[in-house]
Design a protein around this ligand. Sequence first.
Ligand SMILES: [Cu+2]
Length: 69
Amino acid sequence: MEKTVLNVEGMSCEHCVKAITNAVGALPGVTGVSVDLSGKTVEFEYDPAKSALDKIKFEIEEQGYEVIA
Ligand SMILES: [Cu+2]
C-alpha cells in the first residue's frame, strides 16, 4: 500500500467530503480516505496493482473537483 496526499481545489463543505470519500473509497484497493477541507487535501492509501493513481485522480475530477498535484 502506498500512502498519498493530493492537493484538490473546489472542496468546500461536508457534501464535498462525502462525494470524494465515497467515490475514491469505492475504487478497488483504496482505503483510509481522509479529506481536509481547510488544507485542501485528500489523503488515502492505495494498492497500485488494483487502482492506478491516474484512475484515482480521474475519479476525483469526475466528481467536479480539480486535482492540483
Ligand atoms: Cu461541498
